[in-house]
Each structure stands twice: as C-alpha cells, then as structure tokens.
Design a protein. Structure first.
Length: 94
C-alpha cells in the first residue's frame, strides 16, 4: 500500500525523478490483499494487480525506507525508518 500511496503523492507534486518500489523480507509472490485494494480505492489511489516481491539484494546507491526499526536492523546501508521520518513505526501485518 505504501508504494501506491507514495507514488500518488509524488505524481500530485509533479516529482518525476524518484523511483519507488516495494519489496518484502518474507514476500511469497502473493497478490495484493482485497482489503488493501479497497482501502486504496477509497483514498483515490489507482490499483492494479501486483504480486509481492522479495528483497534479494541491497544496492549501494539506493536509499531504503522501511516500515519500522526492526526492519531497519536487517538492512546494512542507506536506510531510514518511518520512525525516523514521522516519529512512529508502521506495524507490519506479516
């Protein structure tokens, strides 16, 4: 969901030089949850079918934004958490 929301915000702000992708530590190739689709639709976010993708390689020149400090500990490199940005962790339902 965060990927879709962030892409919408960037588009609304006419920001085109930032690439946003979503990866998970435990992603199994599942489709986006129906509840997530409905919540995004209610927010006016266009959603297409998408399967979860596992994070496989840490790129040296990439800034990673993770949902919580626990995830931050798993990545070595340029990484910040939502807590760093907005003062709270985002709970991971998985």
């Amino acid at each position: 969901m965060a990927e879709y929301i962030f892409k919408k915000i960037l588009k609304e702000q006419n920001i085109t030089d930032i690439k946003v992708i979503s990866r998970g530590f435990n992603a199994l190739g599942d489709n986006i949850a129906t509840n997530a689709k409905l919540a995004l639709k209610e927010k006016g976010v266009k959603v297409r079918d998408r399967k979860s993708v596992k994070l496989k390689k840490i790129e040296k020149n990439t800034l990673y934004v993770v949902m919580n400090n626990a995830a931050k500990e798993k990545i070595k490199g340029k990484v910040i958490s939502t807590s760093d940005l907005i003062g709270i962790d985002v709970l991971d339902p998985y």
